[in-house]
Design a protein around this ligand. Sequence first.
Ligand SMILES: [Zn+2]
Length: 334
Amino acid sequence: MGLTQLALLTCVVIATVTCSSQTNCHQGGNCRLPQCSCSSYSSPLPVKDTPQIIFYGFDDALNVRMARHFRKLFPSDRRNPNNCPISMSLYIQHAYTDYSLVSEFYKKGMEIGVHSVTHTNIDTEAKLADEAERQKNNLARLGSVPKDEIVGWRSPNLKTAGDKQPPTLKRLGYTYDISLTYTVGKRHQKKPWPFTLDYGYPYSCQIQPCPGRTASHKGFWEVPIVSLMDYKGAYPCAYVDGCYNSPTTEDDAFQFLWKNFEDNYQTRTPLGFNMHAAWFERPHNLAAMDRFIKEMTKKDDVYIVSVQKMLEWMKNPIKLSDLHNLESWGCKSA
Ligand SMILES: [Zn+2]
């Protein structure tokens, strides 16, 4: 019996231990919140006490055309059950970005993250150190976003610097990466939650390189890009706008979003829409997402929050009924 099987067997026998794909990670033992979170396919709380988190991660330039879509979909009167406005995350590149819009969306409570200066493959420590620092500075200086609130990084083309990525980003004040994809081949398969890399990256690497299984990057969060299933239920797609079968009507587009929501809702696994806002240039897609968000904001157990806010909950998993007490999810003007 190998070590992996032994660890799995131990997990089955000791029912109180949450099993992790990180073989040496034991939540509550050698890994404790809020600094450390083992990789997992289930909520840290019972399903009925777990909020359904939906997050949006948009990539590339923030320009006038994209801003129009964001203003329509994320107006301040669309609120979560705690009466605070819904929020999303923008991973912004330098080229073609209008920084007055960065400032506008930051002030509206959206998360501003980084997607490089040049949008080339940032796959070495030197390139990453250079662009992750420069683009953070651009967003701070030109977009008036406080540097300490810029904590998330997405690699262009989802091509990372492997094990060099977490320590380089951490040194520059980043707390998480959202660049590694996880493919779910069929509906109703288990899906990973965000976790820290204290005990390595346990999943198969879709785009080389990834952090290693035995590497340790203490306290650094990885938010997996979990694939969605296309509207025909045929093929997985990492990005909303990257499906092989792309919807051609509003109804198909809505069903695509809705079915993916239903899949995650059974286990309350966070549902991530990783995408380019160019998807909304097709009016039926924009109409479908508008309708979808409207439906979601009617539910008392669904929260549409930025990735940064999702991780605040992961660090401090509060029961749905007590969520109004989670300060990091609060807002000033509610
Ligand atoms: Zn990009």
